[in-house]
Design a protein around this ligand. Structure first.
Ligand SMILES: Nc1ncnc2c1ncn2[C@@H]1O[C@H](COP(=O)(O)OP(=O)(O)OP(=O)(O)O)[C@@H](O)[C@H]1O
Ligand SMILES: [Mg+2]
Length: 262
């Protein structure tokens, strides 16, 4: 398997969970000997059957769960800082319901000890970028699901991480909002020159967003296919979803996914 040199290097990663209900069965190995690399500026989509370990993989990268074996490096270092070098955007938004949009977006900066004035300026920049100007004082329950997702995105981007991880961020929004958010995400990623790893169940979404699609197999979870998607870097300026070669890449990804699905 080819491995891009660069910003993220996952090497021979193995992750297991204890099974308290079956102590004699041994640990449950979710991910085994998984390796892949992501170069700076790449947008890597990950597809894989439910339960194959996609969320686990992202959680291990941000050190929310431990690896049993293997190494993870960001910019050649295993000593990267979750929350600063790498941020995770969850499917369930992960917003604080008792904090306003502004306070949610500024949260990561506050944790890093950024001074109030700078926090406010940076926070506003990313609130504007995701199109939420005018909603700074709203609480999460006062805005729609799509808007809450943008708050989660703005919060992660405001920390200017080297690497942005997204776990099915658009799964909970309606189809039309989802298409808009996808295009907006491409624009924002281009403007901020972000490097992204994006987990999704939608083959179309994976191909539309990704410069590369990784297909992950189950039991044990590892990378089964690595498909380049050469649709051009300014995909958000024109709708590649209307182009025939987009459908060709969707078909290729669908076949690869079928090959690893039970
Ligand atoms: N903290 C945990 N303790 C025990 N088992 C876990 C834990 N987290 C995940 N698992 C198990 O690991 C496997 C992979 O889970 P994971 O959430 O990573 O899958 P996924 O690929 O993200 O699935 P989906 O597409 O449904 O979100 C599942 O069998 C799950 O039950
Ligand atoms: Mg998951």
């Amino acid at each position: 398997m080819s491995r891009a040199n660069g910003m993220l290097e996952v090497s021979n990663l193995t992750v297991s969970f204890e099974r308290p209900e079956q102590p004699d069965a041994g640990a449950f190995r979710v991910v085994e000997d998984l390796s892949f690399g992501v170069a700076a500026g790449e947008f890597v989509s990950i597809l894989g059957p439910s339960g194959c370990g996609k969320t686990t993989l992202l959680r291990v990268i941000v050190r929310l769960a431990p690896a049993e074996h293997g190494t993870i490096k960001i910019d050649d270092s295993e000593k990267y800082a979750p929350g600063r070098d790498v941020c995770l955007v969850f499917q369930s938004y992960g917003l604080f319901p008792w904090r306003t949009v502004r306070e949610n977006v500024e949260f990561g900066l506050k944790m890093q000890g950024v001074a109030a004035r700078e926090r406010r300026a940076t926070g506003q920049e990313f609130i504007d970028l995701v199109g939420l100007s005018g909603f700074e004082q709203h609480y999460p329950h006062q805005i729609s699901g799509g808007m809450q997702q943008r708050v989660g995105l703005a919060r992660a981007l405001a920390c200017r991480p080297k690497l942005l991880l997204m776990d099915e961020p658009f799964a909970a929004v309606d189809a039309q909002t989802r298409e808009r958010l996808q295009t907006e995400l491409l624009r924002i990623v281009a403007q901020t020159a972000s490097t992204v790893v994006f987990v999704t169940h939608s083959i179309q979404e994976a191909v539309y967003l990704g410069t590369r699609v990784l297909v992950m197999g189950a039991r044990p979870g590892r990378i089964a296919a690595d498909l380049p998607v050469p649709l051009g870097s300014e995909r958000w300026r024109r709708d590649v979803r209307l182009e025939r070669r987009f459908e060709d890449h969707v078909l290729e990804a669908r076949q690869a996914l079928r090959a690893v699905s039970p």
